[in-house]
Design a protein. Sequence first.
Length: 404
Amino acid sequence: MSNDFVPGHPARPALRRRYWLLAAGTLVVIGAAAGGWMLTHPAGAPKSPEPSAQKKATVMELAAGDTMLIEAGELRIVLPVSGTLTALRQATVKSKVAAEVRETPLEEGMAVARGQVVVRLDGADLAARLATQQAAQDDATARLALARKNRENNLALLQQKFISQNAVDTVQNSVALAEAAVKSAASQLDIARRAIDDAVVRSPIDGIISKRFVQAGEKASPDMPLFAVVSLQQMILEAQVPASEIPRVGAGQQVGFTVEGFGSTAFAGRVVRINPAAEAGSRAITVYIAVDNPGGRLKSGMFAKGGITIDTAPPLPLLPVAALRNRNGGPVVFLLQGRTIVAQPVTPGLRNDDEGLVQISAGLAPGSRVLVVPLDNVKPGSTVRLPGDAPAVPAVAGLPGARS
């Protein structure tokens, strides 16, 4: 144990003086702190409110896509359709005679004009048949001449009472049979001549050879397909429409569509016919859409996808459906007046839910800026700042505009 705590030790008075000095220093520090608090908190001064009780005007900063400048636009209601394109005019030409194929001058994909030769058949047998029929007609004509001469002779004999009336009637019947034989021979001769013409096969329409079914050297028979030709100047889009939607479809309605392979290129057509019967099973009805194709870009068999315009409205203020809100039992939009949000009542018009757009027939003018996305912290009366607005600069003490 240290000697400072031993009773009667000579160093005890010095220890007591140390304790008194420490206590006095502590009192001085406490007094100085109390005096400073009194200077900064004078009696009667109002207490500062709690930070949570201070009301500050909050300015919400909006993103570029939160608002939209309203423009007038035309809105259409479109019924989606899809189907296959086919050529309006196409033909499969068949052989009318039995003959060997001698020449096929055109290949698939080549253009052909109406009346142009596409297949030549061997006409040797047909020419021989024609000669036979010509001889048969000559024979029938000669027999008719002989029958008529016999009839004249028998009529003369009948007048002289040399023969009976029955004999004259028999001769008259022979003349009628001869005349019928001449007509039959003439008909057969005409058929033989037509066969000669049919040996040269021509295209019935202007178009493109889409299929050639025979080659030179093959034997063609009656009703055998020889070639197919299509005209691409006008196409037909055969689209399937649900029976429930048919009451809204009518001839003359416009159709817009795209075709596989052409990207976003838009094509147009119009409804020209509606099938009177629904397809079994699917209960869909085929709608025929005429498509002008002067350049021949579209080909038969291509798949198309688009829509029939079943309703349209003149240009009116157009905005997304998401911008509409229901307030006090009616539709409103959050309109920006300056930089303040205002609830503006509006009257919606034509609405297209597929595109998410609605026209406003009253309450909103083109050029207005509206809030198009729902923001929980932005309400009527809120102050907002748009992208591009100058940011607020806080006041600094000692500079103009600073509050003391």
